[in-house]
Design a protein around this ligand. Sequence first.
Ligand code: GH3
Ligand code: MG
Ligand code: MG
Length: 437
Amino acid sequence: MRASSVTAMLTRAVVRDWEWWRLPKLARWYVGALPLAALAAIGFAAAHTTWSAAELAEFLLLLGCGLVSVAATPRISYGQGTVIRDFLTVWVLPIAILLPPFYAMVAPVPLLMLTQLWVNKGVLYRRVFTAAAIGLSYGAAGLLFRAFPASFAGGAIGTGKHALTWVLAVTACEMVGERGHHALIRCAIKLSDPRIRLFHLDVNRETLQADFAELDLAVLITVVVALNPVLALFAVPTVLLARRFMMHAQLLAKSRIDTKTGLLNAATWESEATAEIARAVRTRSPLSVALIDIDHFKAVNDTHGHLTGDSVLRAVSDVLRDQLRDYDVVGRFGGEEFVVLLPQTGEADALSIAERLRARVARLSIPVSDGDACVRLTISIGVAALDAAGGEVTDLLTAADAALYFAKQAGRNRTHVAASNISLAQVVPIARSAPGT
Ligand code: GH3
Ligand code: MG
Ligand code: MG
């Protein structure tokens, strides 16, 4: 066999393994087309750039600062379910404002290559897509800056009123670059999985704080570099410090969350539940707890593997998140057990909520990770209300656990209430779906 055909065969085999193929068709097209558009834009910009050694030196200096701050990014900040703040674009904005658009479009490539090789080996197509999205958005930001009249912005920062309007123009361009590439990335996420809800990821205190810090740093660095490019070196420690500061919030959030499902972990659930129960006792309000356990979950793992088991856990968590109110406290207690605290909810209402959850889970059909089959499953639920169980979190959990045990003993796929000792399945006939596949 000729060497060239062996290479072609190997390339085909490697290309066939790309995760990109697993995306839905529309997402695949979108995620593939954007880097091609970026390449075309880079080619076009290169053809229209007048090259200068001073500009190239300034680009390399800013890129160097960017590479140092990427290399110093703690690996721990990359993880499931967190919005990653690497402050990479704070170096791209000055490049976009002060140098021809070509430079802003290529700058993300080495920055993301270093992220991939040195900091966190992520999914390759996502890194390529992110580089293209940042390049295109900041290329557009650079063009926008050039569209401002010289009296308002212009190439060099002036003094007095001109310095102010110059900074305003830079801020507007940062918004275009930042919001632009975020929007492109969010489109890709939505096309890959329409069920993903992005609003709560975008609009929370941590994210808004990080957005503001990023904008602020990017604009300040641009001003400093506009005065003298060498001053960029002074910005590196500040960026590293800001990264550390943002990480603190990230780690704090992470320590509260069960990474597999995104629900509260057991310790956090317990401390939030303790506060809620104390409030309910003080104000004499109703409150209930529901303990949920997936039926025959071990069989799902044994038959389809742990990856499918994990998808099942996530699917059940999604049902809990979708079906419950924002102020219900939902946690994963460990393994395939979940716990829900329902404030302002008496026994009868808790029972009907639990039944709604049980019915919703019974309708799920979860694709198996390595085949065409789907997994069907059921859950058993033990419910305990505050007045029936006593005023401590442990009392409620003990009562709910006993009710759950009763539901399991009575045949699974049913809800049982601690106080009444009557399984709902005995009152209302419940259609039992076969557990497992
Ligand atoms: P029952 O109806 O009585 O609740 O039976 P079950 O099989 O659901 O319960 P059992 O306690 O026998 O098994 C629970 C299984 O959950 C065993 C364990 O391997 C699995 N498990 C625990 N945590 C995880 C996890 O994070 N991922 C996966 N895939 N499996 C897990
Ligand atoms: Mg179980
Ligand atoms: Mg269990």
